[in-house]
Design a protein around this ligand. Sequence first.
Ligand SMILES: NC(=O)C1=CN([C@@H]2O[C@H](COP(=O)(O)OP(=O)(O)OC[C@H]3O[C@@H](n4cnc5c(N)ncnc54)[C@H](O)[C@@H]3O)[C@@H](O)[C@H]2O)[C@H](O)CC1
Length: 479
Amino acid sequence: MEEAGRAVAAAVHEGIPQGTVLILAGSGANGADALVAARRLHAWGRAVRVLAQPSRHPLHRANWARLEAVGLPAEVLSPSRLEEALRSSPAAAVDGLLGTGFRPPVRPELGELIDLLNAARSRPGANFRVISIDLPSGIEAARATLPETYVQADLTVALGGPKPALIYGPAAHAAGRVQVVGLGIPESWTEVHALAVRPGDREVAGLLPVRFPDAHKGDAGRVWIVGGHPGTVGAPVLAGLGALRAGAGLVTLYSREQGVAALAVNQAPELMARILPDLGELAVDVAAGKRPDALALGMGLGPDAARLAQAALAWKLPTVIDADALQPELRGAGHEQVVWTPHPGEAARMLGVKTGEIVADPLSAARELQRQYGGVVVLKGGPSTVATPAGLLVPRGGHPGMASAGMGDTLCGVIAALLAQGLSAPHAALCGVRLHSRAGELAGAKHGYGLSASDLSAELGAAWQALVNSAAQNCYPEP
Ligand SMILES: NC(=O)C1=CN([C@@H]2O[C@H](COP(=O)(O)OP(=O)(O)OC[C@H]3O[C@@H](n4cnc5c(N)ncnc54)[C@H](O)[C@@H]3O)[C@@H](O)[C@H]2O)[C@H](O)CC1
C-alpha cells in the first residue's frame, strides 16, 4: 500500500508538477492508497486537499491518522464538499474511490460524486486531469463493459499488473493512459495468479522460424488454403497472400469458385489455384500421400464449410479453422495442431451465447472455447486473446485501422505459414497474431485508419524484421 501510494504520488508529481492536488479517498484499500499518495505529495511540498469517506479498514484508518499527524487533516467526503473543492480549480484529482473491491452497480451516493468529477473534468476550459488508482471507479476489474456511471480518467496507475478492463475495450476507453506499477510482487506469485501473460516482442522474435542461406521453398512449407464462394472469392486470396508474406514456400488455393483462380493470378501469380467442383476430392489427394505442411480452411467457404472442416480435421494436419467453418458441430473435434480463429460473433455462435458476453469477458470466452473445441483458440479483437492448453496469452500491439475486411483472412494465412514452417500451434498463434499486429502498426503509420488487408500483408516482411531487430537490440546491452 505504501509503495502503491508512492507510485501514484510520483505519477501525479511528474505529470502535473504544479497546482493543487485534490485527493478523493473511498472507504476501502483503494482509498487507503489515495491517503498514502496525499501524504507523499504533501511531503514533496505540493498543495493537497483530501476528501475521504470514513472507513473501518485498519490501514485506511491508520493512514487517515498519519495525515493528521503531518498537518494535513482529511475532510469527510460529501457531494457539497466535492463541488466546492472542484470550483477552486485543482490541477489534478486523484480518484481513489473504488478499486478491485467494487461490486456493481455503483451506489447512488458514490454515483453522485463520480458525476460531479466527470462534469468538472469535461467543463469547457477545465484544466485539470483525473488520475485513477488501479481502475477508474465504477469499472469492474474483469469486465470489459462500460457501465452507466464510471470515472473517465486521463491516467490510470495499475497496481501489480493491468486488469482485463484496462486492456479490452470499451472499458479500457475509461482508463486514459495506463501506467503499470509492479509493486515488487514476486514473479512466483504472478505466475500462479495472473489471468494471462503478455509476451513482449523479444519473446515472440525468439520463437520465429530461422531461415538458413541454403533454404529452398520446400523447407519453407507447403500451405493449402481452402475457401471461396460466390461473392467471397477475395477471402482465400487474402489468406494466400498472408501466407506468402509470412514466409510459406508454396501456397495453393483450393476452391469450387472459378473466380478465386482468376483473382489469385491477378493479385499474386505466385499463388497456385486448383478449382474442384467437389472439394471432397482433397481427401483422395491426402490419402494418396499428397499432404500440405499446413492447411487453412473456412474463409468465405460457404454453407458446407463445417462438413469439409470435419473431414480435414481427421487428416491430423496442422490446421487453421476460420469463418464459415467455425460451427458448434465441430465441438470436441480439435487436436493439438489446430488453431481456431473466431471473431466475437463466431465465438458467440460456437459457445451458444450472445456476442456481448464474449466482448465483456474475452479471457473467459477464449478459455471456454479452448476447453470445448480443443487445440488453440485465437479470439480476434483489439487485442486478440490466445487460449492454449497451458493458459492464456494476450499479444501486444495493433492499430485501429485493422478494423477492416480481410484482416482475419490474412491472419489465417500468416498462422498457417508459421505452422507450415514447423511452429507448434500455440507458438504459431502467438507469433502470427503479433506479426499481424506489428504489420498493422507499420501499415497504419503509412495509411492511417484507411489501411486495407492488402496494405497490412505488404508490411509482414518488415514486421518480421522489426521483431527480430527488437530482440537483437534487447539481447546485447549497451557497452
Ligand atoms: N497488489 C495490489 O493490487 C494492491 C492493491 N491495493 C489496493 O486495494 C484495492 C482493493 O481494495 P478493497 O478494499 O478490496 O476494495 P476497494 O477499495 O476497491 O473498494 C471497496 C470499498 O468500496 C465500497 N464499494 C464496493 N462496491 C461499491 C459500490 N457498488 N458502490 C459504492 N461503494 C462500493 C465497499 O463498501 C468498500 O468500502 C485495489 O484496487 C488497490 O487500490 C493495495 O492497496 C496495494 C496492493
